[in-house]
Every structure is written in C-alpha cells, then in structure tokens.
Design a protein around this ligand. Sequence first.
Ligand code: HEC
Length: 126
Amino acid sequence: MKNVLRAAAVCSVLITPIAAQAEEGGMIEAGRQIFNHHCTACHTLDPSKNAFGPSLVGVVGRPAASVPRFSYSKAMQESGLTWNEENLRKWIADNEALVPETRMRHVSINDRAEQDYLISFLKSLK
Ligand code: HEC
C-alpha cells in the first residue's frame, strides 16, 4: 500500500515537468529556425570553431567578448556586459543600440515571441 502511494506521488511529480519540457522543446525548435535564418551565416554551433562571429555555444550567462581566439571589437571588449536574457533581448532587437561600434552587422528581431524562441534556443546550446 505504501508503495502504491509512493508511485502515485512520483507520477504526479513527473507529469508536469514532461509537459513543460514538450513546450520548451517547441520553443527551442522555433528558435533554431530563427537562428538558421538570421545568425548561422556568421555563428557556428561548434564550440571549438569561430566563424565570422564567435561561437555562441554556452553564450547565455557568459561575459561578453570571452571566447578565446576571437578578435572582438574594442567596443565589445569594453562593454562590460554579461549575456543574460535581458541583454540578449536588447542585442537581438538592436545590437548597435546596445553596443555602438560593434562589428556585428545590424540585426533587429523585435517580435517578443521570436526573441523568446531565440533565447530558448541559445540557452539549449551547452
Ligand atoms: C554578419 C555576421 C553576423 C550575423 C548575421 C550575426 N552575428 Fe552575432 N556577431 C558577429 C560578430 C562579428 C560579433 C562580434 C562583435 C564584436 O566584436 O563587436 C558577434 C557577436 C555576437 C554576440 C556576442 C558574443 C560574445 O561572445 O560576446 C552575440 C550574443 C551574437 N553575436 C548573437 C547573434 C545572434 C543571436 C544573431 C542572429 C539574430 C547574430 N548574432 C547574427 C557577427 C554576426
């Protein structure tokens, strides 16, 4: 009897995160498409390689301009930013407003949902 109760408790704990994960998976997929469309031309998903832009693997939570062997602009090196959600949102909405004189071409993704998807995707790159 005790075991049955325990199993029931475990089930109800498990079901919610699975639903949340499915939702998150959909957001990551949507973000991947936005990334493929707007960002892959310059950013690789291979952590050991930089392209025209630095690798974005692990970017969420890391300080700006911290990928080794990538030659960042002076503006980015001196920005003092950390790539948290808020700064990433500002960056993809208007990177030149956040870091004037960055070397990254102007991007402007203003749709809040698209920003959410893209950020979920970036978070999944570990
Ligand atoms: C035309 C090429 C190009 C495109 C397209 C591009 N980037 Fe960049 N990105 C760069 C370059 C170059 C830098 C380095 C900027 C600097 O040093 O000022 C950079 C830097 C970044 C950084 C800071 C990384 C760090 O290590 O500090 C982030 C985050 C970023 N890009 C995200 C994106 C996202 C998301 C997209 C798509 C919406 C995108 N970029 C599209 C070229 C590009």
